[in-house]
Every structure is written in C-alpha cells, then in structure tokens.
Design a protein around this ligand. Structure first.
Ligand code: ZN
Length: 147
C-alpha cells in the first residue's frame, strides 16, 4: 500500500478516471477530495503492486461494483466509440489491434487519435500503443495497436 501522497504525486494530482485535477488540500468529505483507487481487476483478483491510482472520492465511489467509465471528449467527432476501459484491458491482456471509433473525416480521426494517445498516456501508462487511421467505407477508422 502506498500513501495518498505517494500515489497523488505519482499521478501528478490528476484523477485517472475523469482526467481532471485533484486538490490535495480538499476536505476529506468533499466529492472532489483525493482518494486512492486500489485498481482491483474485473475478476476481483488483487491488482499488482503499483496499480493504485489517484481518483476523486466521487469518481472512485461511483466505480463501486460497476466498471469505471472513461469518457471520450465531447469535442471529438467519433461514431460508435469503443469503451476505453474494456479496450485497454483487452489490449493489455492479449495485445493486437482494435478499431476504437469511426470518424466522418480524416481530420476528425487524426484529432481523435491525438486525444486518445494523450488520454491513455495517463490512464494506462504501462500500455505501449500507437494509433492508425484507415480509410474504409467512406469513413475513417481509428485503430489502436499495441507495440
Ligand atoms: Zn475524477
């Protein structure tokens, strides 16, 4: 177990679920207060050491029995975006490539690719991935591929 301060500093005081800053000095009962997410795996196994991540108390509590949700930015034009948490879990386990969204234009797809890599660099820093944009069926597919 790491202390809240250690986890907070490692995650640069940013919530790993909603990607917004966490105030280390917030009242412990506040929704926006810092808390440590122990990162339990979906099967209920104990997560590996170092899997503890910093989250807002409210984000961590909401997680509870349901899977955490990492939202796609509302500023992106993406169709059928894949659930980020599930995709990351699968790629971490098996590797490979997955189509994670479809976009109406190459520009939209490139923008989504840049956003996704930046987001994943904080959400899943241990996962080495790259993005590819492929034209297909009059749309542009955003592909995530492990390195
Ligand atoms: Zn949060």
């Amino acid at each position: 177990m790491s202390t809240l301060k250690e986890v907070g500093e490692r995650d640069a005081w940013r919530c790993w679920l909603c990607d917004e800053p966490v105030d280390p000095g917030a009242s412990v009962n506040a929704d926006r207060a810092p808390s440590v997410d122990s990162g339990a795996s979906p099967k209920g196994k104990k997560a590996a050491a170092g899997a503890e991540r910093l989250a807002h108390r409210a984000c961590n509590t909401r997680k509870g029995a349901v899977k955490p949700v990492v939202a796609w930015s509302p500023e992106l034009f993406v169709v059928d975006p894949a659930p980020i948490v599930t995709t990351v879990e699968r790629l971490t386990r098996k590797g490979g490539r997955e189509v994670v969204a479809r976009c109406p234009s190459r520009q939209d797809a490139d923008k989504a690719a840049v956003w996704l890599l930046d987001r994943l660099s904080r959400f899943a820093p241990g996962l080495a991935v790259t993005t590819q944009v492929e034209a297909g069926g009059g749309q542009f597919l955003l592909v995530l591929r492990t390195l």
